[in-house]
Design a protein around this ligand. Structure first.
Ligand code: PLP
Length: 406
């Protein structure tokens, strides 16, 4: 039998790049009694979350909330906008871009997967100029959508979506722009309307600090128009019925009521802190984490400082060191979970999540666990990452969200 009631002293450090730790305040909100999903109180809850979530995506247009993981929202984005055999241009940034491409194939689309050679593409973001060149060459306008991952969770690279939009416009190409920010939303700056994104896909278990189980499609008027012509089969994922029911705060099926209580609380927390403060906090913690990695003398998976992720940092191991062995030791000795390397870079690095409900001391404890684990694993670190991160954080101006002592 699996032992699910294993609770050593203190909190488990869940420092994977999602699911991220769920704050007590959200857990408490989720414990309210489940109510009638067709009753008046539910309508008020539905209208509140459907309205407030728009502020997080920075959109004036409808945001669909699915009772599903992010993978479901990926499928919804494709199946609502495209038809069997449609060509889609996808960019290889890492494991999640690869999985989305596989899904496109499974749905009967014709994805063209472009990227930098070898693992180079897994160390740098989307190359907007490559997308622009491919679209310019597509004189017959066969490509119906461009699909990119904003924050590639498998590598710690946050791509420049505005640059992708500019490349599409410069090519004068009508393709839709579909973006996955499953792990970016609520942690990294994101602007659905301003960047001209047609469908943004996201999930609950990362920057929104919720458990897994809710995912999103933020839409543009062009995407809604495309959905009227698109012929891929869809039933549960269909936007039209959901948008209709959402007008009054309801869903065409049974939504996950208690996760929506949690979402309401999460939105209150994020909007009270202020989105810009939330982004600045993530940037500060990410910079401190990178300074630690550099002080250890190790390489960061993201090789381009312009696209460092504020959500997670990939720490590459020296030649011959099994990153999964280091993670295992840290888990067993220090009760902390770190993200494993996925796909074609498996075993070469581990990922430190610093997203969501994370502050200076959460990060410091995390880095201390990593530093002890690296040393115990026999990795010859050049210096103390913990000291480097402390020095950086102590020199930062006080975060505006912190209250002064009485
Ligand atoms: N896309 C990205 C960037 C992700 O990080 C994840 C999950 O971590 C997914 C897609 C898949 O989402 P889910 O596991 O919620 O289905």
């Amino acid at each position: 039998m699996i032992q699910l009631d294993f609770h050593p002293a203190g909190r488990h450090f869940l420092q994977i790049p999602g699911p991220s730790p769920v704050p007590d305040r959200i857990l408490r909100a989720m414990s309210y009694p489940t109510i009638d999903h067709r009753g008046p109180e539910f309508g008020a809850l539905g209208r509140k979350v459907l309205g407030d979530i728009k502020q997080i995506f920075k959109t004036r247009h409808p945001v669909i909330i699915y009772p599903a993981s992010g993978t479901g929202a990926w499928e919804a984005a494709l199946s609502n906008t495209l038809s069997p055999g449609d060509a889609v241009l996808m960019f290889e940034t890492g494991h999640f871009a690869t999985l989305w491409k596989k899904m496109a194939e499974a749905l009967g689309l014709k994805p063209e997967f472009i990227g930098l050679p070898g693992v180079e593409g897994w160390r740098r973001g989307v190359q907007a100029d490559m997308i622009g060149a491919r679209l310019t060459a597509d004189t017959g306008r066969a490509i119906k959508a461009v699909c990119v991952v904003h924050n590639e969770t498998s590598t710690g690279v946050t791509s420049d979506i505005a640059a992708v939009r500019r490349a599409i416009d410069a090519a004068g190409h009508p393709a839709l722009l579909l973006v996955d920010t499953i792990s970016g939303l609520g942690s990294a700056d994101y602007r659905h309307d301003e960047w001209g994104v047609d469908v943004t896909v996201s999930g609950s278990q990362k920057g929104l600090m919720l458990p897994p189980g809710i995912s999103f499609n933020a839409l543009s008027p062009k995407a809604i128009e495309a959905s009227r012509q698109a012929r891929l089969p869809r039933a549960f994922w269909g936007w039209a019925e959901i948008i209709e029911a959402n007008q009054n705060g309801y869903w065409p099926y049974t939504p996950n009521t208690n996760l929506l209580y949690g979402l309401s609380e999460a939105l209150d927390m994020i909007l009270a802190e202020g989105l810009d403060n939330v982004f600045a906090r993530h940037q500060r913690l990410a910079e401190a984490c990178r300074r630690a990695v550099c002080a250890w003398g190790l390489q960061i998976q993201c090789a381009d400082p312009a696209v460092y992720s504020p959500v997670l940092t990939g720490v590459m191991m020296p030649e011959g060191v099994d990153a999964d062995g280091v993670r295992k030791l840290i888990y067993e000795r220090f009760n902390m979970s770190l993200g494993q390397a996925l796909g074609k870079i498996r075993g070469t690095m581990f990922r430190i999540g610093h997203l969501g409900d994370c502050n200076e001391l959460t990060l410091m404890a995390t880095l201390a666990g990593c530093e002890m684990g690296l040393k115990l694993s026999g990795v010859a670190v050049a210096g103390s990452g913990v000291v480097a991160a402390m020095d950086y954080l102590a020199a930062q101006p006080q975060a505006p969200a912190l209250r002064a002592a009485a």
